[in-house]
Design a protein around this ligand. Sequence first.
Ligand code: FAD
Length: 421
Amino acid sequence: MNDKTPEFDAIIVGSGPGGATVARELSRRGQQVLLLERGGNQPLKNGVLPIASMMNAVSVGDKLASGRALTTGGTTAVYLGATVRPRVELFQSLGIDISREVEEAEKELPLAPLPDALLRPQSIKLRETATALGYELFTSRMLVDQSKCSVGYTYGARWTARAYVQDAVNSGATLVNQARALRVLVEDGRAVGVEYEQRKGRKAVEIRQARASTVVLAAGGPASPVILRRSGLKNAADSGFYCHPSIAVYGTSPLKGQEGFGGSWGLRLNDEIRIGDANFDRTFYRLIMLGQRQWRRVFSYTKSIGMGVMVKDSVGGELGEDLLYRKPLTEEDRDKLAQGEQVARRVLEHAGAKNLFTSAVSSSHIGGAIKIGRHVDAKLQTQYRNLHVCDGSVLPPEVNTPTLTLICLGKYLANQIAPAV
Ligand SMILES: Cc1cc2nc3c(=O)[nH]c(=O)nc-3n(C[C@H](O)[C@H](O)[C@H](O)COP(=O)(O)OP(=O)(O)OC[C@H]3O[C@@H](n4cnc5c(N)ncnc54)[C@H](O)[C@@H]3O)c2cc1C
């Protein structure tokens, strides 16, 4: 570090829902914020190529991989927009009170259930069939700005964390893209900055440093534990993680349908198995079919019909010394997936679906590698002073629809770092 090393009040690593929220709140309070984002900042465009170019897979071993997006806004750039109410009591039991932040987030975000006009007819048919078969259903509030949907499904209507990044920049934050944090700089047990790799063009990279009195890692469930290890915290992620294994079952429907938002409702089987609507927009459907090498189905969107199954796995596996994640699927995981698949197939068949196929198992998201109470305290602070973590890596396994919870945790962390006056 030399005299030219820039100084900030806070450096936030990663601009997903956790990082974008902390950056927004701190810069609104007059703090000088540097937001380092590994991905680019291209405008979000609908289509297989633009979306695939932002996607990245992190291996969990066992041919299992977890998807994420490397771009401004993080994985919200490609997510579905479904939310569940944050588990206030769960966090209270960990010494964290987010009740005020939940109230605030619910007021300012476009959160509402979707009308049927924004769902595919296949989705409505499955919902009716599941009800008739006696399953208990739930409806999610979706992060969708419905005022942008006057002509029906609209790609750009989903809220993404880019909105909060923009607010942060408007309040004076500096966003640096193509900047991949390598490690946190630590002096006398205190975080003082970040070393990062700045991409310049296709191949060239430059190693840079920036200083700040506070550092927040929000690089996502898989990335932040790796940065902590590289920063000297050898015990980071030493007690397992979860990856919520999932599958989808797709078939051909007697109905033909326009595009719609998927993921807005599901069946409540039990706490361990969730079955939900998988009648997504055309691009997302095509990406799934391409990933599954279902070449003929790629072009049969209008007649497609599907349901997804996600199961809660037990916390386990390891982040090895080579900084790779490994977690074998257990018999219990396979058993839960099979139970979920059976129900999904039952509902699909009763809805008239034919030619059913089940996808390979993938991971919904890697999370929980950083435990509140063990690796971070109730201020989400690590054993290095002023180094905090605020992303999927600190979420307990009970949180399986993380975005809204991360927004609330981001607000909570900003209140710990610089209380609002
Ligand atoms: C297909 C799909 C659909 C989903 N649908 C939903 C849904 O409907 N509802 C829901 O709640 N959740 C959903 N999720 C999950 C949700 O989007 C993520 O769990 C959530 O975005 C995680 O937020 P995060 O801040 O932890 O990480 P991310 O959103 O992944 O953000 C991390 C950011 O950090 C950046 N980064 C990574 N490494 C570095 C580094 N070294 N230096 C600098 N920057 C770095 C990344 O580029 C990224 O921008 C979905 C996920 C997927 C893959």
